[in-house]
Design a protein around this ligand. Structure first.
Ligand SMILES: *Cc1c(COP(=O)(O)O)cnc(C)c1O
Length: 378
């Protein structure tokens, strides 16, 4: 190991230096629990009772965490949220979608549906990075694509059904990319039809899986598209994923460690008080980091409107006198990792995850470490 040229005093350092937005900090207790079942869990069949039962418990715990009413389904498949965009393009969008685009992730789903030969050109409601768009009710749209938290910019958006000017709720399905918000942002099942995410952010596990909470209307849409005879690759076919999930399975082999670690995290969230507890914990971390930036003479929250600032991913601009990449490099050399801005955003910025696994006290320590590094860089 080489000695960093700027050494942050141990008394300032956080207990855990992982501040990435995904993969994000996995709680050591969950890793220990995995190690303790290593011989009976890892390397065993995903079609046998122990794994089926654990998938079943994970599905039940997610129902509890999100307060899902009767008729909602918890569906799992391989490939992460990016693959779910393709799944939705085949199995949830009937003819034409509308996409609220306000950063890199929301633009990718819009691109997937725009390129699909079986769909009409989508409606796009765009806003500048750092702001958020408002969906527009449109009778010609059968699915509204929202993003609960735009991880590339640190802007969060409320999950609400679009309404026509006369107050009538839009008839299309509401599909929400909640990859970095699910489990730490408030949401009501009545407000969505598909709420999908992956385990490597709030759920403090590894990547590679997608999880979708589907309303009865979404389940009906899946059946109708299947019945229409539209060609869908089997691995992206939501009706096949739904059939398998109802039997606590996935269509093909999942990563068993990912499932185990995710269930550890969901159980931990429930033990501590559930969604309201985790949302409050992330909001506390957010208050610490935004208050620090507001008081700093070189740091500013990137998102101008305080109500739009994410409580799960903070983006902090540094002024031109300070090189954010250099700050992140020194932090990394001191064990504080993954604080870099989203590369394509191209700003002089630090970005950190505020997920519930991260201690608010460590977020406070992070701000003190940044102050120390900036002073040392002079
Ligand atoms: C991380 C992220 C994704 C991509 O997730 P993968 O599991 O890597 O495909 C998509 N959307 C949002 C909002 C994200 O934060």
């Amino acid at each position: 190991m080489s000695t960093p040229e700027i050494v942050i005093p141990a008394s300032l350092l956080p207990a855990d230096g992982r501040f990435g937005c995904g993969p994000s900090k996995v709680r050591p207790e969950a890793v220990e629990a995995l190690a303790s079942v290593g011989r009976t869990w890892l390397g065993t069949s995903h079609r046998q009772r122990p794994v089926l039962d654990e998938v079943g418990r994970l599905r039940t715990d997610l129902r509890t965490l999100f307060g899902l009413p009767e008729g909602y389904e918890v569906v799992l498949g391989n490939g992460g949220s990016t693959v779910f965009w393709d799944v939705a393009t085949f199995g949830l969008i009937e003819r034409r979608s509308q996409h609220c685009v306000f950063g890199e992730f929301s633009s990718k789903f819009a691109a997937a549906s725009a390129e699909a030969p079986h769909l009409e050109a989508p409606s796009i409601v765009r806003s500048e990075p750092g702001t958020r768009p408002v969906p527009v009710a449109d009778d010609d749209v059968d699915l509204y694509a929202l993003t609960h938290n735009e991880t590339s910019t640190g802007v969060m958006m409320p999950v609400v059904r679009p309404r026509h000017p006369d107050g009538r709720a839009a008839s299309g399905l509401v599909a929400v990319d909640a990859t970095s918000g699910a489990g730490a942002l408030p949401v009501e099942p009545a407000d969505f039809d598909a709420y999908y995410f992956a385990p490597q952010k709030v759920f403090a596990s590894d990547g590679g899986l997608w999880i979708a909470l589907l309303s009865p209307a979404a389940v009906e849409r899946v059946g109708a598209i299947k019945a229409s005879g539209r060609w869908q690759p089997a691995s992206l076919d939501l009706s096949i994923a739904l059939d398998n999930s109802r039997k606590d399975q996935t269509y093909n082999t999942p990563a068993l460690a990912t499932i185990f670690l995710m269930r550890q995290q969901v159980a931990w969230l429930l033990d501590n008080g559930g969604l309201s507890w985790s949302a409050a914990r992330s909001a506390e971390s957010a208050r610490i980091v935004y208050d620090w930036a507001a008081a700093s003479d070189y740091a500013t929250p990137f998102v101008a409107d305080p109500a739009h600032r994410s409580t799960v991913v903070a983006t902090i601009d540094l002024d031109d006198r300070v090189d954010a990449q250099e700050v992140s490099r020194v932090l990394r050399a001191n064990g504080i990792v993954d604080t870099d801005a989203y590369r394509k955003l191209g700003r002089n910025q630090l970005r950190i995850g505020l997920f519930p696994a991260i201690e608010p006290a460590d977020v406070a320590a992070f701000t003190r470490c940044v102050d120390f590094v900036v002073a040392a860089l002079g």
